[in-house]
Each structure stands twice: as C-alpha cells, then as structure tokens.
Design a protein around this ligand. Structure first.
Ligand code: SF4
Length: 227
C-alpha cells in the first residue's frame, strides 16, 4: 500500500473534506488544554519539547518529575544539568533536551523577560521550539486559529491530499496555504481525532471513512488493486 500521495485535492474538494470532518469529528472544546494539559505557556513549551520522540506516558512522567522540582524559567535554571537530566530521563534524549531546556529558559529571560511570546516567529526563535511546538502552543495555550501538525495530522493530510509535505513542518506550511479560513479554528481537532479513530497509521478504516470518495491515497490504492 502507498503511504503518501503525490497529488493534491482541488480547493472545492478541500472544502468538502473539511465540512464532512466537521460533521463527523469533535472540534475544539472548552476543555481543550495546552500540551499534556499544562496550565501556562511556559510549561506548555517545556512539555512539548519533552514530547519529541517520546510516548505520551513517558513524556508525562518526565514532565511531572521536572515540574515537581521547578516550573518557572528561574527555578529551572537553578537546577543542575544532572538534576534536570535525571528528572526527564523517562522521555529519552535527555541530555539534548536538558541543553535545550536550559537555553530556552536563558533566552526567554534575556529576550522576553520570562514571558512566552504569542507569535509563531517569536516562539520559533526560542531554542528547542520548532514549528510543531510553536503551533501547538499558539493553538492550545493562546487560542489562535492555527492547525498544529503532529504525526496524526501529517499522515491524514498527506493521504487525503489536503496538503503535501515530507515533514510535519512542510505539511503545516502547505496546509495553512490550502485550508479555508473557517476551518482554521477547529481543523487540528477534526484532523487529529480522525487520525486516531479512522485514518489510523497501520490499518486505516477506509470502509467507514466519510471522505473515501475524495481521498487520493485510497483511490491510488484501489487502482493498484491492494485497497
Ligand atoms: S479513505 Fe482510508 S486512507 Fe483515505 S482518509 Fe479515509 S481512512 Fe484515511
């Protein structure tokens, strides 16, 4: 089976896909919380950094251990590297993540007075914050109309033909250019739920998919005779 499509849906079909997903999937709710349920932008950024290449349960353990020690830039900078690394060890890549956390806190204090900026440009200028983390923080913590692209959203968009990109960041750029304004507020929520429930990584449930007649990956699979 193909994992990616090389073509894109036309704008009318993009609109149709979003309308159907809006009917089938829950959108943003009042209960939508920052990454891993963190209560402020600083902790959301750190949590997102720790989640890189880590399972949710391991990230949660690392986040919980670190924030039990400190949860402000000043407090974290008072910790030794060894203390930080030991706390976040469950989420892997802990030496690199420790360096990023320290540089992130130093830069945040030096350039923003410890206040997390609420723009993509400002966030992405901070050490350890890439496009995905920036968009997640903008969407969840600051409530901006941004479709954050994680692994689920990336997969779904490239399969259907909503957007195209080999990396999450490139898919995010493509998706932003091709999505109607009205879909930006809830798009992340529709797409991520769709990716978890229907268009799953290993065995997508194409037989119960509301957009199978439009999905370019499905059409290609059927033409190949392996759908
Ligand atoms: S038809 Fe299959 S591959 Fe395409 S979006 Fe639906 S579940 Fe995913």
């Amino acid at each position: 089976m193909r994992s990616m499509t090389e073509t894109l849906l036309n704008p009318d079909d993009v609109e149709t896909v979003y309308r159907r997903l809006a009917e089938a999937m829950p959108g943003r709710t009042r209960g939508a919380k920052g990454p891993k349920g963190q209560p402020d932008a600083f902790r959301s950024c750190i949590s997102c950094m720790l989640s890189a290449q880590s399972r949710d349960a391991n990230t949660a353990a690392a986040v919980s251990a670190l924030f039990a020690l400190a949860h402000t830039p000043e407090g974290i900078l008072d910790l030794s590297d060894d203390t930080i690394a030991t706390a976040i060890r469950p989420c892997g890549l802990y030496n690199m993540k420790t360096r990023n956390i320290r540089r992130f806190c130093e830069t945040l204090l030096a350039e923003h007075g410890g206040v997390v900026p609420d723009t993509r440009k400002g966030l992405m200028a901070l050490p350890g914050i890439g496009r995905k983390c920036a968009d997640i923080v903008l969407s969840f913590t600051f409530g901006h109309d941004v479709i954050a692209v994680d692994t689920h959203v990336h997969r779904v968009c490239n399969r259907i033909g909503l957007a195209s990109g080999k990396t999450d960041a490139r898919t995010a750029q493509s998706l932003e250019e091709r999505s109607p304004d009205w879909a930006m507020r809830d798009g992340h929520f529709w797409l991520i739920q769709f990716g978890k429930r229907i268009c799953t990584a290993r065995t997508p449930r194409c037989d119960r998919c509301p957009v199978s007649d439009l999905c370019l990956w499905y059409k290609a699979s059927m033409q190949d005779g392996d759908g």
